[in-house]
Design a protein around this ligand. Structure first.
Ligand code: HEC
Ligand code: HEC
Length: 256
């Protein structure tokens, strides 16, 4: 499709990158308090991922001082938008210990985002991130889904995710982060065809999951996403998620 090079549009203005300017913003003090009360138990008071509950989780709480984010609407290697961070914090990351933090007010969410952004110099560096434009979806026909199964083979997804997409490909055991079982639900970054196209365009930074921007055609991305969307079983709760709820409840009961 001729629209390929435009798939990432420049959107510098939207991002309010300077929000974390060290020290003066009153938001930042609020943000630090919100973080200490709600996030530090897992992420650590300094955001280094070493909170006192961190050892409960198979997928560890993120070291937020590294400034690398898996769940973004932005191009591979770039910082997330504020909207991406709002989504992660308010909705949580399904199937992980990062359970929804939807008890926070909008102001608290904005403040804690300012604090998270202050933890890594990557945000202050203020390069202009680019947001992925999701290409127009073709019709989700049985033919498209059948083509998607072939693109899974052509794209060599099986190398990591396995022939049946169960996360057990030949390379899986050598990777620092275990490839997802793509037949399980929910998925961390969403399981609608649109979510899957976004994940394939952006990749998951800090993990072996690459970006397929300019690797697969727009139509191929959609066909593959349609096929993957049909592969999911009923939603399951993971041990990490149960541990996450437990940690949050204990923490709140203790009156912080
Ligand atoms: C019960 C534990 C727990 C609590 C509480 C928690 N998190 Fe997390 N958080 C996690 C885990 C585990 C991950 C890593 C998930 C993954 O890598 O798939 C994570 C990941 C993240 C990420 C990375 C998202 C990305 O795109 O890579 C951000 C940002 C984040 N948390 C912010 C917060 C904030 C802000 C709070 C408090 C309002 C918070 N978390 C509370 C466990 C927690
Ligand atoms: C080099 C190994 C590798 C290859 C090749 C690879 N992946 Fe991944 N993929 C991963 C890893 C590792 C994760 C898990 C990241 C995490 O949970 O932090 C992942 C995650 C994903 C997710 C997100 C799952 C969720 O919970 O949101 C999707 C969707 C996905 N891969 C699809 C694909 C498809 C389709 C292909 C082929 C076009 C592919 N991957 C190729 C390693 C790979």
């Amino acid at each position: 499709m001729s629209a390929r090079p435009g798939a990432f549009a420049l959107v510098a203005a939207v991002l309010g990158l300077a929000a974390g300017a060290a020290g003066q913003s009153p938001d930042l003090a609020t943000g630090e308090r919100v973080f200490r009360d709600n996030c530090a138990v897992c992420h650590g008071a300094t955001g280094d991922g070493q909170g006192m509950a961190a050892h409960h989780f198979k997928t560890p709480p993120r070291d937020l001082t590294k400034g690398r984010f898996k769940f973004r609407s932005t191009a591979s290697g770039q910082i997330p938008t504020d909207a991406d961070l709002v989504r992660t914090i308010v909705h949580g990351i399904p199937s992980t210990g990062m359970v929804p933090q939807n008890h926070l007010s909008d102001a608290e969410v904005q403040a804690v985002i300012a604090f998270v952004k202050s933890l890594s110099p990557r945000f202050a560096a203020a390069q202009s991130p680019t947001v992925a434009t999701i290409p127009t979806p073709p019709a989700a026909t049985p033919e498209a889904i059948a083509r998607g199964a072939k693109i899974y083979v052509k794209g060599e997804c099986a190398e990591c995710h396995g022939k049946e997409a169960r996360g057990d490909g030949p390379s899986a055991k050598d990777l620092s982060v275990t490839p997802s079982d793509l037949t399980r639900r929910p998925l961390k970054s969403g399981a609608t065809a649109r979510d899957l196209v976004r994940t394939l365009l952006t990749g998951l930074d800090g993990t072996p999951m690459p970006s397929y921007y300019l690797v697969l055609e727009d139509g191929e991305l959609w066909d593959l996403a349609y096929w993957l969307a049909t592969r999911g079983g009923p939603p399951e709760t993971t041990d990490d998620e149960r541990a996450g709820w437990h940690v949050v409840q204990m923490h709140q009961r203790r009156g912080r």
